[in-house]
Design a protein. Structure first.
Lengths: 166, 93
């Protein structure tokens, strides 16, 4: 693939991928780093892309793996400092200057970020990005049935988390 | 979607991001043909080494076996009689 094709890819998908990553990691700064890492991987891996899945599914898979890898490291770091998932979510949302929601929306963002990373990724892809379960299944390599139950579990948890704050 | 998430970005961020991302090919070297095949070459080398070691071990542990013709010739050339062979077969059945 030539550089012009890559640039076309950047033009078409960079913003969507940024929002995808941002929904998973919360902070603008981290999402900015990760979208850059994602496109570096895309550029390196493009010659081996065989079209077994659609290009967008392939891009989302790379971005999701990149974000989940980052979240794993962040969780380990937080655990070493005896910080719970809730406390970590609170810190991420409160320290991000690029969050413009009111108190309730801030609470929702914190609740989403306190979900376990994989469950959060399923919830965000379905709820915010409105991706069909079949595509999420291709991205994550998880069955549609398992995704549906994961989504409903996440929605239930969020309901409880938000109600407990009110 | 950003509104639904209530996340925001600095002004002109996406234009700037696109510029930075478009510069990746100039900054990051694409893996060469050799680099692309290196994992496969390593795998092939491992396989070849495993075959060589297996072959070596098998050769060392295999007891040479005489062919049927060689056994018959040996029996003919020796002083052994048919009765002795029969005895041997009956006692070792």
């Amino acid at each position: 693939m030539k550089e012009e094709d890559f640039r076309e890819l950047v033009g078409k998908y960079s913003e969507q991928l940024y929002w995808h990553i941002r929904s998973l990691v919360g902070s603008h700064e981290d999402a900015d780093d990760l979208v850059q890492e994602t496109f570096i991987k895309v550029w390196k891996a493009l010659p081996s892309f065989r079209g077994e899945s659609s290009l967008s599914t392939w891009l989302w898979r790379i971005a999701t793996n990149e974000a989940l890898g980052f979240l794993r490291k962040r969780r380990v770091r937080a655990s070493l400092m005896f910080e719970s998932l809730d406390a970590e979510a609170e810190r991420v949302v409160d320290s991000d200057p690029w969050f413009d929601g009111d108190k309730a929306q801030r609470q929702l963002a914190k609740a989403i970020l306190s979900l376990p990373p994989k469950q959060r990724s399923v919830f965000c892809m379905r709820y915010f990005e409105e991706l069909p379960y079949e595509q999420i299944s291709e991205i994550t390599g998880t069955s549609v049935g398992a995704l549906k139950s994961s989504y409903h579990l996440a929605a239930e948890k969020l309901k409880v988390l938000i109600e407990s704050v009110d | 979607m950003s509104k639904k998430m209530n996340y925001n970005v600095p002004d002109g961020y996406f234009e700037n991001l696109q510029k930075r991302l478009s510069a990746i090919p100039a900054q990051v070297e694409k893996p060469s043909r050799m680099q692309k095949f290196t994992p496969y070459l390593a795998l092939a080398a491992c396989f070849a080494i495993a075959v060589m070691i297996g072959n070596f071990v098998l050769r060392r542990s295999t007891v040479p076996v005489a062919s049927e013709d060689e056994i018959i010739e040996y029996l003919i050339a020796s002083d052994i009689t048919l009765a002795q062979i029969e005895d041997y077969l009956i006692t070792n059945q």
